[in-house]
Design a protein around this ligand. Structure first.
Ligand code: GLC
Length: 653
């Protein structure tokens, strides 16, 4: 037997130890304290098995639930129960400074792992609840192919999805989407990124990506099928707490993986078991951090509740705890000078070097949306009140920051064009020291008289004026933009239809980097050549978010026009991942065909248009309460000026 030791990061306070595997009851610590108090899962699965599998099921095994409720069980369909509660609190994370050790005892192969022994177990005052939580993936409400279903639609007050006869294209899309479903121990848990039979090198396209699954989830939910989404939310929640390691370094807890794969591993005597194997970016091309995964997870959790009426899921202690962990990770203080979230390049849908490090719009819009979701879902109690306050303050500061400084229209460009530079004072107009020469020549000709948009990124002395579609659409959907800005963003898309939609909705960003800029900023990436892939390619998956934004702003005709375009081409072209060229005329150079989020995005768009009431549950209106909040004490002291009041904003209406 080996004793494995590892260190806990200084910001974390271990409250208990790992409990995992549904295969073997010995895996669970019978320690009495852990039976009545919440747990923090802290061990890397690598210590249990040589690979980073999270939890495991035998294909034929049956694991009995412990009498104390901490065990897990697996039947043919793979239901299980695992204890898991994790400590989270803003103060805990900010103030803790101690290193604490945990010892895990196990054998090398990991198949007959002995009970885990934890040296120290602390009770965390900031726990969400007293009891260890139980995850019952298949035991609860569900609709779909899995059996044992409770019809979510019977829940009171729920809006029924409209039954509309499907076109041939929709039928094909549904067939493809169902073929993309991934099963784990007999239950649907997600969809593969692509199912291209001609693909000789699937790389990680055979995995379930968190962000890619969102349109699949919405398509299922809008059709009244909740089981797969529920399973996905709970399984990814389990993966969340596993340690990710890049060259022996483990970034913060709470991170959600970029993707996961169901692997079959051999056991003794010709038996196999399935394991979930997450990728936190440690295998990803470029080792990019999946910052958006946790944000999408929160957004999906809310959507699931809204569309199924199964609010019990988000109220569960383990789910509340997972939510808090993501929030703590995002809200932890760092070196940031702005309320926007500071990230590395490639931390979102654009998961490659594309000059979007720092404070890219996409992350800010998803962050804002996730905070608004959390505000609705977090149980308010003594343990969470500080977090709730932090969320409200951040929402307010973030919306001010983005509305004021990211906004671009004729008027704003004219202001920047005449900026004074090198201003040192609290009253500076040109706070970020932007040199007017930075305004790109394409923009001077491109910006329409009417309409505007949020720029791609803002840093000291740097404005990235590129138009990024996802960030702008989510600014509309979440009301990160003001009502006037939201209207103006769609006006701009309409005015620039040929550039942003062209032959296939929608451009991921506009314009592309070319020549020297391409060479320096992408690092000569041959996949991101001008007007291809992330560098100005057209991505049909963006269609559902465009549809949602249009529906919110009462621009149904725009959405319909885009959906019609997609419907004509996508089936003929076999549902590609992306299109190339300035107007999206060609199927992407290296695009996968039968890309699931292309298929699902199309279906979700159709279903949204057919079910406007359901669609309205997925967007937010202006929250006037948030506009009132200003935590800055400076204005009261009178000593210095609060920049928020000093900024003569005409846009906060
Ligand atoms: C590419 C995309 C990324 C997507 C993944 C799987 O890496 O850039 O956004 O999640 O493929 O489809």
């Amino acid at each position: 037997m080996n004793t494995i030791r590892f260190l806990i990061k200084p910001t974390m306070k271990p409250t208990s130890k790992i409990l995992f595997s549904c295969r073997n009851s010995q895996f669970f610590n019978p320690n009495s304290q852990t039976q009545t108090h919440p747990f923090r899962v802290l061990v890397s699965p690598r210590f249990i098995h040589n690979t980073h599998m999270a939890f495991r099921f035998p294909s034929s095994g049956f694991y009995q639930s412990e009498p104390n409720g901490i065990g897990g069980f697996s039947n043919g369909r793979g239901s299980y129960i695992v204890s898991r509660v994790l400590s989270t609190s803003v103060e805990t994370r900010v103030n803790e400074n101690s290193f604490e050790r945990i010892y895990v005892q196990g054998n090398n192969g990991g198949m007959n792992v002995k009970p885990l022994v934890v040296e120290r177990i602390d009770k965390d005052e900031n726990m969400v609840g007293e009891e260890g939580s139980r995850i019952e993936v298949d035991g609860g409400v569900g609709v779909g192919n899995g059996g044992g279903d409770v019809n979510l639609r019977n829940l009171e007050g729920l809006i029924e999805p409209k039954v509309v006869e499907e076109s041939e294209v929709e039928k094909e899309a549904w067939r493809l989407l169902r073929e993309a479903v991934v099963y784990y121990c007999g239950s649907p848990v997600g969809t593969v990124a692509a199912n291209d039979p001609g693909d000789k090198q699937p790389l990680n396209y055979d995995q379930v990506f968190i962000r890619d699954f969102v349109p699949s989830a919405l398509a299922f939910l809008l059709k009244g099928e909740g089981e797969i989404v529920r399973n996905f939310l709970l399984h990814t929640l389990q993966l969340q707490s596993w340690e990710k390691t890049v060259d022996c370094y483990s970034p913060g807890q709470g991170l959600m993986p970029a993707s996961f794969k169901v692997r079959t591993v051999p056991l003794d005597e010709n038996k196999y078991e399935e394991v979930l194997d997450p990728d936190f970016g440690e295998s990803a091309i470029g080792r990019v951090a999946p910052v958006d995964s946790g944000l999408w997870w929160i957004i999906l959790l809310r959507a699931y509740g809204k569309l199924t009426g199964d609010y019990a899921l988000q109220e569960r202690v383990d789910v509340q705890t997972g939510l808090k962990m993501i929030l703590n990770l995002c809200l932890t203080d760092g070196f940031d000078m702005f309320p926007s979230l500071l990230v590395t390049d490639g931390s979102c849908m654009i998961d490659r070097r594309m000059g979007i490090h720092g404070h890219p719009l996409e992350i800010q819009a998803l962050f804002y949306s996730a905070l608004r979701c959390s505000r609705e879902m977090l149980a308010v109690n003594d343990g969470s009140k500080n977090l709730v306050r932090a969320i409200n303050n951040r929402l307010s500061a973030l919306s001010f920051h983005i509305r004021e400084y990211y906004w671009v229209d004729m008027k704003k460009i004219n202001e920047i064009y005449r900026y004074k530079t090198e201003e040192y004072s609290m009253d500076a107009t040109n706070k970020f020291n932007i040199y007017p020469e930075q305004i790109p020549s394409w923009l001077m000709d491109w910006i329409p008289e009417e309409g505007g948009y949020m720029m791609g990124n803002l840093q000291p002395a740097h404005m990235d004026f590129r138009f990024f579609t996802l960030g702008n659409l989510w600014s509309i959907v979440s009301s990160l933009g003001t009502p006037r800005q939201n209207t103006a963003m769609l006006n701009l898309i309409e005015a620039k239809w040929d550039d942003l939609v062209g032959h296939m909705p929608l451009k991921i960003c506009y314009p592309a980097f070319e020549f020297e800029e391409w060479r320096i900023i992408t690092g000569s990436d041959p996949k991101n050549t001008p007007w291809s892939y992330h560098n100005g390619g057209s991505w049909p998956t963006l269609l559902w978010q465009f549809t949602l934004a249009c529906m919110k702003m009462g621009r149904l005709e725009l959405a319909q026009k885009a959906v019609d375009l997609a419907e004509k081409r996508l089936p003929v072209d076999h549902w590609p991942e992306y299109y190339d060229t300035r107007t999206g005329r060609f199927i992407g150079k290296q695009a996968r065909r039968f890309q699931t989020w292309t298929v699902a995005g199309f279906l979700a768009s159709k279903l949204l248009l057919q079910n406007p009431e359901m669609a309205s549950m997925l967007f937010w209106e202006e929250d006037y309460e948030l506009l009132e909040i200003c935590v800055c004490a400076l204005s009261k002291s009178g000593r210095k000026k609060c920049s928020r009041f000093a900024a003569k904003s005409q846009i906060l209406v």
